[in-house]
Design a protein around this ligand. Sequence first.
Ligand code: HAH
Length: 338
Amino acid sequence: MSTEYKSGIISLAEAYKDYFKIGAAVTVNDLQGEHGELLKKHFNSITAENAMKFGEIHPEEARYDFEKPDKMKEFALSNNMKMRGHTFVWHNQTSDWIFADKNGKEAPRELVLERLRQHVKVVCDRYKDVIYAWDVVNEAIEDKSGEQYRDTKWRRILGEDYIKTAFEVVKEIDNKSELIYNDYNNELPDKLEKSYDMLKGLLEKGTPIDGVGLQGHWNIRDKNLMENLRRAIESYGSLGLKLQVTELDVSMFEFEDRRTDLNEPTSEMLYLQEQTYENIFSIFREYKELVTSVTFWGISDKYTWKDNFPVFGRKDWPMLFDINGKPKGSFEKVVNYK
Ligand code: HAH
């Protein structure tokens, strides 16, 4: 192991330049200070964690808020990075106005569709110089067994074909970016089957979809992760789709684990996290022909959405850099591959 690698001096994005882009989800504050330095050194792609979600960028019909996304675009362009666009059609963090008519009643299909078209046009045109992929639809599959689709306002108003429609709307305006269907747990057998069927159907109907986003909100104790991941990549790949890992983090806690007594990760946790990161990146490398980018949902353990999910206010340590921005053992495992 070279001393460069040991001290974490090597750049993550550089170590993966022959494989795929390495991304991070960011807030505007991350563009400065320690996180700003980590971004410039280790990443060549960024995603707005929240700033480009419908409710943030377009809070009222006649008002867009471009301030934060513009700063991210500037940062990306001046540091030779690209951006992933997140996200257009989602059931969360979406403005209510889009679904209502002027009397506050549910808006008709044509109106909602026209608003979506307008929104996509404005946002795509403004960010086209920097965006390489769009999460066109996020989390449309239902988690409950027996039901395939999540019941959302988008689906209720635009109709059963709304996913196809959404991809067509974006394709018409941006025919250069990779258009992605993004979801969580879509490597688990049940959800994989539903997603595979959905995507196969969409492709058969000629939907312009290029790839699947595996969010990658994983944890250190998932015994079946490697097997599930491999099967998922191969299944989606067999449909001719590319893959992106869009929101990677490896939590110290299983989803059901709601303990709140820790002030720092145990050495066992750190060890298991290193193993997990080592293993998943070895799979990503193995499938580099299919995987076009790997994005972490954050930068360091100093701040992560996992501090508030699924337990509000419980510290988690899911990233490659610690609370002081120093590379963890997991970082070494990811960059120091043979
Ligand atoms: C993701 N959902 C979203 O895509 C992202 O936009 C957000 O910032 C964080 C995570 C994950 C998720 C959820 O929102 C609810 C239940 C399970 C998983």
